[in-house]
Design a protein around this ligand. Structure first.
Ligand code: HEC
Length: 106
């Protein structure tokens, strides 16, 4: 029995890691970039240099973990102007947005 539990835990860990690293397809990436510029940009600035929301530039994001940033996107920051985006992006897509922002917008 413990063997099965260990195997199950391993399989779960592997599938979570895979979901985390999953890349959205090219068409979806284009949609997400559009969302980033149009919707996120309305608060964070068209070039992510900040506005009503803080700058989302690589230097500043380097101080934050992926978890913190993905959570902010998916769940929003209650009590602030940052809304939850769960209705529009999955946690995997939010992780991709974070990776994209960390590299700097193309
Ligand atoms: C209505 C304005 C608004 C919109 C639209 C908005 N944000 Fe935000 N966002 C904020 C504010 C304000 C904060 C700072 C919250 C705080 O004080 O913790 C924030 C915080 C964040 C953070 C955390 C930054 C950090 O340093 O911890 C991330 C990441 C983020 N937003 C990404 C996004 C993305 C991606 C989108 C679009 C899908 C988006 N935001 C749309 C206002 C907005």
């Amino acid at each position: 029995m413990p063997r099965i539990a260990a195997a199950l835990a391993l399989a779960l860990a592997a599938s979570t890691a895979a979901a985390w690293a999953a890349e959205p397809g090219p068409a979806r990436q284009a949609e997400l970039l559009h969302l980033l510029k149009q919707d996120c940009g309305s608060c964070h600035g068209l070039t992510m240099k900040g506005g009503l929301g803080p700058a989302l530039v690589p230097e500043r994001l380097a101080e934050r973990t992926d978890e913190t940033l993905v959570e902010a996107i998916v769940d929003g920051r209650p009590g602030t102007a940052m809304p939850p985006w769960r209705f529009a992006v999955t946690p995997e897509e939010a992780a991709w947005l974070v990776r994209t922002l960390r590299e700097g917008l193309p």
